[in-house]
Design a protein around this ligand. Structure first.
Ligand code: ADP
Length: 257
């Protein structure tokens, strides 16, 4: 993908990362973290060196979705940088691994804390850093985009929430920052019973969004109990069922990033 025209001085912690991909949504609960985690483990399975940064301070979901044995971030005493937690070779950083309760902070403080954790983590050499963005398009998201030179954005939505305006807002934010939105993921789009496909929330306007904004890719993900269960077991769906339909969709997405 095309590089963003990020002009700031690159923070040291991010210097050896080839691609930083933001997974974003306008609303919470649409499956953004599910997509971020499964994309990351798919890329790792394809042979890439991968990290996940869970940028949600208030409701970090990475520790529930991925459960490594050692689940506390450590500090490197010499460099004072943060050593990511690891699971199947994927480096993981989340406020949920910091061993503290949910923080009460004002917006500007949150931005500072997020940016610090992102840039002082020892990511090492990575082919991809997947950022699970906080939902929305406010100040926190903006400053995060300014600190990290994003290569691409992936927008996650559900059909009923694929209010054109919502998705457009996300695409517009990234486009203003010269970050290409490369794919829209319509999550919880359908389910199959006895060979019959149902669209409980309607067909969504994904195709229209993709067409209007010139986004190259649109992917559908089904409502699937195992996707929800994998959130509880701590083993991502693409790891638990690497040959399943969902894994195939993520492989196709992986090729796009
Ligand atoms: P977000 O990051 O947008 O807040 P999550 O990825 O945390 O959303 O997903 C919200 C909840 O919905 C989680 O419990 C997750 O396991 C579940 N979920 C997400 N996508 C699906 C799906 N396609 N089928 C079933 N459950 C899903």
């Amino acid at each position: 993908p095309a590089k963003s025209v990020y002009a700031g001085e690159l923070p040291k912690g991010l210097q050896n990362i080839s691609n930083i991909v933001a997974v974003s949504s306008c609303k919470g609960g649409v499956g953004k973290s599910t997509v971020a985690v499964n994309l990351a483990f798919t890329l790792a399975d394809m042979g890439a060196r991968v990290g996940i940064f869970d940028a949600d301070v208030y409701g970090p979901s990475l520790p529930t979705m991925v459960s490594p044995e050692n689940h506390l971030l450590q500090m490197n005493p010499e460099t004072k940088s943060v050593l990511p937690v690891e699971y199947l070779g994927v480096k993981l950083v989340s406020f949920g691994f910091a061993g503290q309760g949910r923080a009460i902070m004002r917006g500007p403080m949150v931005s500072g804390v997020i940016n610090q954790l992102l840039t002082t983590s020892e990511w090492g050499d990575l082919d991809y850093l997947v950022i699970d963005m906080p939902p929305g398009t406010g100040d926190i998201q903006l400053t995060l985009c300014q600190v990290a030179p994003l290569t691409a954005a992936i927008i996650v939505t559900t059909p009923q929430k694929l209010a054109f305006i919502d998705v457009a807002k996300g695409v517009r934010m990234f486009s203003q920052l010269k970050v290409p939105s490369i794919a829209v993921i319509e999550n919880m789009s359908y389910f199959d019973i006895d060979g019959c496909r149902h669209y409980p929330f309607g067909k969504g306007s994904g195709a229209q969004v993709v067409q209007q904004f010139g986004i190259p890719h649109l992917f559908d993900l089904p409502i699937q109990p195992s996707l929800s269960a994998s959130g509880d077991t701590g083993v991502p769906e693409v790891v638990a069922d690497p040959k399943g339909e969902v894994a195939k969709t993520f492989q196709n997405l992986g090729v796009c990033v």
